[in-house]
Design a protein around this ligand. Structure first.
Ligand code: FAD
Length: 392
């Protein structure tokens, strides 16, 4: 292989570049980077960047040693896979290996009024000056990002209202029983939370709700999810109709061995869960590129089969999750969820399938190891928070 292109300059993109050189790929290497800046971490955007505690989240990569031609401000516009040509705003680029890492784009709501999303550093820096003490901020969506934006805005003294269409926050990810446990966190931070509310449109000066009510706002932030950024691909590769994302196998290979896909835009086959997964979290973008690159360079043993992991910092709490709870038969609480620190485990027989922890990082670390290894445990011990998970 002599000419590899990585398309998408996010975390997955830079990790792919690093992995290629670490595997002693010595050919030409190009990173097609729609943004005008080097790859940066996105998790701080809704946290420290919004609160003004950070301005620079650039990924610390040794660019000189990587010998990579970074094409800033260049966007992929099409793929002629049979010819091995990537079409871009700067012309056609030929490749013999292609890594697709174009991530995801935030969903926007209808209406002519100004709406903010938080996906890029530019988005965060545009919103930040509006988050001044006393400003009326409406956040649409009480998912992970919405809760983090509300946390930051409340910390800056804004009057924050969060609108959520579901019965509770984080209902899609965790279900309404657990979502309900986060409701008091909003009130405690002085944030008004309104669930079961549908937004009709974003208008000048605020948000119109279905039913006619209008909420005045100095800033409206929309955090209602993302879609894989794959419009540019057309029908050049198969996309998964259920989870979205490019269909890739357990090695992150597409139907073409010279093309791999990774990060938020990839829907990979998980042998562990026997289903296709697309996980929009930092840990996947950090770790999966090594496997994708190994597969691209011909390593037949390369497999990505990690249990998902993510964290969210909201209302002064560190919330962490590991595993996949879809196949679990019951939930076991560790500690009282009305208290400050607690956890909940999902189990199936004698297996720990997943864990959610609130300010209990030790539980998370121990459980993550057990989930990853699939070690059988005595699940009855999980209910006692005094027993370390590693001793269950
Ligand atoms: P991206 O980071 O989206 O990078 C893709 C890049 O490709 C972008 O630079 C994009 O401009 C570029 N691109 C898109 N289309 C094209 C094209 N056609 N041509 C060229 N380039 C293109 N995860 C956690 O686990 N914990 C957290 O606390 C957390 N917080 C987050 C907070 C925010 C505000 C956001 C936005 C995300 C957060 N995440 C968090 C998720 C995590 O950041 C993402 O999963 C991760 O960034 C995905 O990396 P990626 O490289 O796949 O995609």
């Amino acid at each position: 292989m002599e000419r590899v292109i990585v398309v998408g300059g996010g975390l997955a993109g830079v990790r792919a570049v690093e992995a290629l050189r670490a595997r002693e790929y010595t050919g030409a290497l190009t990173l097609v980077c729609a943004e005008e800046v080097l790859p940066y971490d996105r998790p701080p955007l809704s946290k420290a960047v919004l609160t003004g505690d950070s301005d620079d989240t650039t990924v610390d990569a040794a660019w000189d040693a990587l010998d990579c031609d970074v094409r800033f401000g260049v966007t992929a516009t099409g793929l002629r896979a049979d010819e091995r040509v990537l079409e871009t705003t700067a012309g056609d680029l030929t490749y013999d290996g292609l890594v697709i890492a174009t991530g995801a784009d935030p969903i926007r709501l209808p209406g002519p009024g100004p709406q903010h999303v938080i996906r890029t550093m530019k988005d965060a820096l545009e919103l930040r000056p509006l988050l001044v003490s006393g400003a009326r901020v409406v956040v649409v969506g009480a998912g992970w990002i919405g809760a983090e934006v509300a946390t930051s805005a409340a910390k800056l003294g804004c009057r924050v209202t969060v609108l959520e269409a579901a019965e509770t926050p984080v209902a899609v990810a965790l279900g309404t029983e657990l979502g309900a446990l986060t409701v008091p966190w909003y009130a405690e931070a002085g944030v008004e939370l309104r669930c079961g509310v549908k937004v009709a449109s974003i208008e000048d000066g605020g948000v119109a709700l279905v039913g006619g009510e209008f909420l005045d706002a100095d800033a409206v932030v929309v955090g209602v999810g993302v879609r894989p950024a794959l419009g540019w691909l057309g029908d050049a590769l198969e996309l998964d109709p259920r989870v979205g994302g490019i269909v890739v196998d357990g090695s992150l290979r597409t139907s073409r061995p010279e093309i791999v896909a990774v990060g938020d835009c990839a829907a990979w086959w998980s042998g562990r869960y026997e289903r296709r997964m697309r996980v929009e979290h930092w840990d996947v973008a950090l770790n999966a590129p090594e496997v994708a690159v190994a597969a691209l360079l011909g390593d037949a043993e390369a497999v990505y089969d990690e249990a998902p992991y993510f964290w969210s910092e909201q209302f002064g709490r560190m919330v962490q999750f590991a595993g996949h709870q879809a196949g679990a038969e019951k939930m076991i609480f560790r500690g009282d969820p009305s208290e400050r620190k607690w956890a909940v485990c999902w189990v199936l027989g004698d297996r720990l399938e997943a864990i959610l922890t609130v300010d209990k990082p030790r539980d998370l670390v121990q459980a993550r190891r057990i989930i990853g290894q699939g070690t059988p445990i005595d699940v009855t011990k999980l209910a006692d928070p005094a027993v370390a998970i590693r001793n269950a």
